[in-house]
Design a protein around this ligand. Structure first.
Ligand SMILES: Nc1ncnc2c1ncn2[C@@H]1O[C@H](COP(=O)(O)OP(=O)(O)OP(=O)(O)O)[C@@H](O)[C@H]1O
Length: 237
């Protein structure tokens, strides 16, 4: 099914009075695979939070095409997770089932099996009992991807999914991300590695406090656009 899953109509986002993204318009199509790129402070994480509804737009409108926010799953930046929280890897992954099970629902055998399957898929079957504070960065990111598997959402937003993870983990998790897109899910990922974006992401949104480009990756990631984005974020214009 085609059509926009998320449509932004002249949206601005900000923190207190300060505008972080100005006047953003465009759409993420159903089943699309988009990389959100831009310099530090460009507003990439702010956009993810705005789409997830954590942050309300200062101006403009966001329309969700049919899906509810329950059908969207987010992988937050690793730094936003409190790793000192005394929770096992199994329980972290099981939290992904919340949408099906509900806050007071029964976590039955089928659901438990799904958790183990997800841990297996990301190569973490032996780590279920480990407290998350003892996992390496790569292991934690694998566990968070397993949680996304449990969530089974149609739209996935990932904020720097490969930051601070080793190469083997990046390759495994990237394969999983591409599989989700092959299954018809809409995937939006904040990424820094432009070579990776060019190789695997058909669509790109280049941000620098505003959209510098949004469309086919080759058209967006031009030297001119990247130059402009750097200068906009440095406050030169
Ligand atoms: N929780 C917050 N409270 C106040 N201001 C914030 C908050 N989060 C982000 N900002 C501000 O919003 C602007 C955009 O930040 P954002 O984190 O969205 O950028 P980013 O593109 O994700 O950057 P990075 O690549 O460094 O992660 C910055 O000026 C930042 O200081």
């Amino acid at each position: 099914m085609m059509g926009a899953v998320i449509e932004l109509d002249r949206v601005s986002f900000g923190w207190r009075e300060r505008v972080a993204i100005r006047d953003l318009s465009g759409a993420f199509e159903r089943g699309s695979l988009t990389a959100v790129v831009g310099p530090n402070g460009a507003g990439k994480s702010t956009l993810i939070k705005g789409i997830m509804g954590v942050l309300s737009p200062l101006r403009g409108r966001i329309r969700l095409g049919g899906d509810t926010r329950d059908d969207m799953a987010c992988l937050p930046q690793v730094g936003e997770l409190d790793r000192s929280f005394p929770i096992s890897t199994y329980d972290l992954v099981a939290m992904g089932a919340w949408r099906r099970v509900g806050a007071w629902g029964r976590f039955d055998a089928a659901e438990r099996e799904r958790v183990w399957q997800a841990l297996e898929t990301v190569g973490m079957a032996d780590f279920g009992a480990r407290v998350i504070g003892t996992l390496s960065g790569g292991q934690l990111q694998r566990a968070l991807f397993a949680r996304l598997l449990l969530h089974d959402a149609q739209t996935l937003l990932l904020d720097e999914p490969f930051a601070a993870v080793d190469r083997a983990t990046t390759e495994d998790l990237m394969a999983l991300l591409l599989r989700w897109n092959d299954e018809g899910r809409t995937v939006i990922a904040v990424l820094h590695d432009l070579d990776m974006v060019r190789a695997s992401f058909p669509q790109a949104l280049l941000l620098a406090g505003q959209a510098v480009g949004w469309g086919a990756t080759a058209d967006v990631l031009t030297p001119e656009n990247l130059h402009l984005a750097r200068h906009l974020c440095a406050g030169d214009y």
